[in-house]
Write a protein that binds this ligand. Structure first.
Ligand SMILES: C[S@@+](CC[C@H](N)C(=O)[O-])C[C@H]1O[C@@H](n2cnc3c(N)ncnc32)[C@H](O)[C@@H]1O
Length: 264
């Protein structure tokens, strides 16, 4: 049997590892599986080694060297993407989330790994409280959890100084096509086409999660990104898009403000 105090390969002892594992457990159930010096925070995640499996597909679309960059991670959860951005040398990373449990996990993970990352309680609907814009804004895995998804996206746009990294659950058609600018009132055919942009509304619950509200098909996800004034510059995996704002303002005013005033 291994003696309890035998040093591990990275110089930590079994005792330290057990303390770390105990603290991880105390912080509640984790959604992000992080590797904290050999301690996995969510080893039995129903999506596998999540979000590492997703990140592997996206990582190549974001520069390896983010020196000097600022990053906002909306719905940061346990801090996986915030930590990855800091690993790449981002100057400032701010993670926000509405859930204290996840924020505490993220703070603990960043501290344990030695990364200086700010984590704040905040909502995507209240981004006006967050000053300035960011070179990279991550808005991953939050969209379909919102009752007011387009309101949120139009809010997010205001924070994007460089690129938006956007991910949503997709259900229904994965196909997209170029739709006409307009259709006659009596054309009901287009709505029978499964590729036409559409969102599924979950009145009750999906995947045993009552916070899943609106799940778009692929056409709707891309159409909404464009409609919010974004150009899609990369689509590294089926649920993730990288976008830049090209048309998010009209005469210097954001779409959200114009819409709220009835002037869009
Ligand atoms: C499915 S998790 C996604 C976590 C992470 N971004 C990822 O992609 O792995 C959704 C996260 O969004 C957070 N969230 C839900 N509503 C939010 C809101 N209105 N503003 C900010 N975060 C929110 C949840 O607390 C949760 O941490």
């Amino acid at each position: 049997m291994t003696p309890i105090s035998e040093p591990l390969l990275d110089g930590r002892s079994n005792v330290e590892e057990r303390k770390l594992a105990a603290r991880v457990a105390e912080l509640g159930q984790w959604f992000h599986n992080l590797d904290l010096h050999g301690v996995q925070t969510a080893p039995d995640h129903f999506l596998g080694d999540f979000p590492n499996v997703k990140w592997k597909q996206i990582a190549g679309s974001i520069p390896q060297d983010l020196s000097g960059a600022t990053v906002l991670d909306i719905g940061c959860n346990g801090g996986f993407y915030s930590i990855e951005m800091k690993r790449r040398g981002a100057k400032r990373v701010l993670g926000i989330d509405v859930d204290d449990r996840y924020l505490n996990q993220a703070r603990f993970a960043a501290k344990t790994l030695g990364f200086d990352i700010e984590f704040q309680k905040g909502s995507v609907y209240l981004l006006g409280d967050v000053p300035g814009q960011f070179d990279y804004v991550f808005f991953m895995g939050v969209f379909y959890h919102l009752r007011y998804p387009l309101l949120a996206l139009d809010n997010v746009i205001k924070k994007v100084g460089g690129k938006l990294v956007f991910q949503t659950m997709i259900r229904g058609s994965q196909e997209t096509c170029d739709w006409q600018q307009d259709y006659p009132f009596w054309n009901k055919e287009i709505f029978r086409n499964p590729d036409f942009p559409a969102m599924y509304f979950i009145e009750k619950s999906y995947a045993q999660d009552y916070t899943n509200w609106w799940i778009p098909n692929c056409g709707a996800a891309e159409a909404m990104l464009r409609s919010s004034g974004l150009e899609i510059v990369d689509h590294p995996e089926s649920e993730t898009w990288i976008c830049v704002p090209i048309n998010s303002q009209r005469n210097g005013r954001y779409i959200l403000d114009l819409e709220l005033e009835g002037k869009l």
